[in-house]
Design a binder for this molecule. Structure first.
Ligand SMILES: Cc1ncc(C[n+]2csc(CCOP(=O)(O)OP(=O)(O)O)c2C)c(N)n1
Ligand SMILES: [Mg+2]
Length: 319
């Protein structure tokens, strides 16, 4: 969670310095990804992340250097090889299903992965996350219905942060409690404070265990708040008051976990400060490394496609 937040802060700084461009912030959503990461087994389980799931991607093994290479769009970007703007996650090696821009993302494709897992005899679970706005689209209905009919090993996680960019929840959903929809697919559903790791983790663990036992999918509505604008191209002062944002800042998932760990004696102020320092250094080093990496070559656009190696390069690709 700390690494994710630090990467996030660093990206905003780099953008202000004119060194980086498109920021998609995960700040406020970190506990959800951490819970998924803790509940799942990265050796067998797949992640179809929401674009705000930097914490989950780190849990599934993406390294800070790789994340920063993705942010800078360098050739070393393991997600898209520098093709896509930031937060288009994906790594076949790490079981992270490739993302697409249109929302909701690859919900039905991810259910297809679960179906394939079944046919291949794998015990892998697929964690599928998307936003409250994405949850209103028809594809999600089809995916949940299919997953439940076939009792697939899936966890659906709606990351409800109350907005679809500028549109408030009451104008996008006919019900405020999105987990009630689980009932119409015959799967268990629950809403939880997604900014409290200690609340969301037990639910995540339960849902993953149920899926692994072959009992089918579950729906988790994890409520969170995004602290930053929708992306760096958005001006959230036009639709959210600063008071509202500040109120949610009081419930910061990292500050709450930190306080809990200090209070319970699991962490001391000294070790917390050491950890924060270590993370800052690691992320700063990753950013410096990634910035110095070469861009992808135009010809590289022909790699990693279905027609890998069989397409003739266009003239400008060798300029
Ligand atoms: C089909 C489609 N329409 C619009 C967009 C532009 N867009 C990008 S992010 C976003 C907000 C989505 O809201 P939500 O699903 O609640 O996720 P959140 O960003 O709040 O985490 C929108 C509208 C898109 N990517 N795809
Ligand atoms: Mg939203």
């Amino acid at each position: 969670m700390l690494v994710a937040r630090r990467i996030d802060d660093t990206m905003w700084t780099l953008r202000r310095q004119g060194k980086g461009h498109f920021v998609v912030s995960s700040a406020g959503h970190e506990a959800i990804g951490a819970a998924a990461g803790l509940a799942a087994d990265q050796e067998t389980d797949f992640l179809a992340p929401h674009y705000r799931d930097l914490a989950a991607c780190l849990a599934w093994g993406l390294q800070p250097r790789e994340v920063m290479a993705h942010y800078f769009g360098r050739a070393a970007d393991p997600c898209t090889g520098g093709r896509q703007p930031y937060a288009h996650w994906g790594s076949s090696e790490r079981h992270i299903i490739s993302q697409e821009g249109p929302q909701p993302n690859v919900v039905s494709h991810a259910v297809g992965v679960a179906f394939a897992n079944r046919r291949l005899g794998s015990r892998g679970v697929v964690w599928i996350a998307f936003g409250d706005g994405g949850a209103q689209k028809g594809e999600v209905h089809e995916a949940m219905n299919f997953a439940s009919i076939h009792r697939l090993a899936v966890v659906f996680c709606i990351e409800n942060n109350l907005y679809t960019q500028s549109v408030p929840l009451r104008l996008e959903s006919s019900v405020p409690d999105l987990s009630v929809r689980a009932a119409s697919y015959g799967m268990p559903g629950a809403s939880v404070d997604g900014m409290d790791l200690l609340a969301v983790y037990p639910l995540a663990r339960q849902a993953v265990a149920r899926a692994r036992r072959g009992e089918g999918p579950s729906l988790i509505e994890a409520r969170a708040y995004r602290y930053m604008p929708n992306t760096s191209n958005d001006d959230d002062t036009r639709y959210r008051s600063r008071e509202e944002v500040d109120t949610w800042r009081q419930r910061d998932p990292i500050a709450r976990l930190r306080a809990h760990l200090l209070h319970s004696g699991a962490l001391s102020e000294t070790s917390a400060a050491e950890l924060e320092n270590e993370v800052s250094q690691e992320v700063a080093e990753a950013a410096t490394w990634a910035e110095a990496q070469p861009d992808a070559q135009p010809r590289d656009a022909l790699l990693h496609t279905w027609a890998d190696g069989s397409v003739r390069p266009l003239a400008w690709m060798d300029d």
